[in-house]
Design a protein around this ligand. Structure first.
Ligand code: FES
Ligand code: FES
Length: 162
């Protein structure tokens, strides 16, 4: 089938089997490789993208669901100031980044802050982070990173801390 959608702010079309996984479509047809094929069962978050405004696991999305959707991959998100907030917040909180977990970790941070620009509830933050696997970062460091990113964003947008 031929499907049309918006990918990283550009209208695209592609001809594919309707059951092709979106992760494979992105990597093989569009050479967008920052989302990784990890578990392919929805557990690790390595394949994360923003799908119609929400963070989603592209290994679980078949091509036929992509018609008329809007997708942002980490390649597209990395062009934004919001991405810079996250990268600098990670550095401030001592959180590492790597090719395997970046899509899940970075896009989940953005999803947390989109829901609440000043997240203060540790259990809520930890619950949101459950969908990603980073083998080398303590959950507490990620909670600290969320708060560092929120402060940085408040300063960038409004000239003050959270
Ligand atoms: S590869 Fe999609 S969640 Fe692990
Ligand atoms: S920094 Fe990528 S798995 Fe931990």
């Amino acid at each position: 089938m031929t499907i049309g959608f918006t990918l990283n702010r550009e209208a695209v079309t592609v001809c594919t089997d309707p059951h092709t996984r979106l992760i494979d479509l992105l990597r093989e047809q569009f050479s967008l490789v920052r989302a990784k094929s990890g578990c392919l069962t929805g557990d690790c978050g390595a394949c994360s993208i923003i799908f119609n405004g929400n963070v989603a696991k592209s290994c679980l999305i078949p091509a036929f669901r992509v018609q008329d959707s809007t997708i942002i991959t980490l390649e597209g998100f990395s062009q934004t100031e919001a991405y810079q907030d996250i990268i600098k917040g990670f550095a401030a909180a001592g959180v590492a980044t790597c090719g395997y977990c970046d899509s899940g970790k970075i896009l989940t941070m953005e999803a947390i802050l989109a829901k609440d620009p000043r997240p203060r509830s540790r259990p809520d933050i930890l619950a949101e982070l459950r969908g990603i696997h980073c083998r080398c970062t303590e959950p507490e460091s990620l909670v600290a990173a969320v708060q560092a990113i929120a402060d940085r964003r408040q300063r960038r947008l409004y000239g003050r801390g959270a």
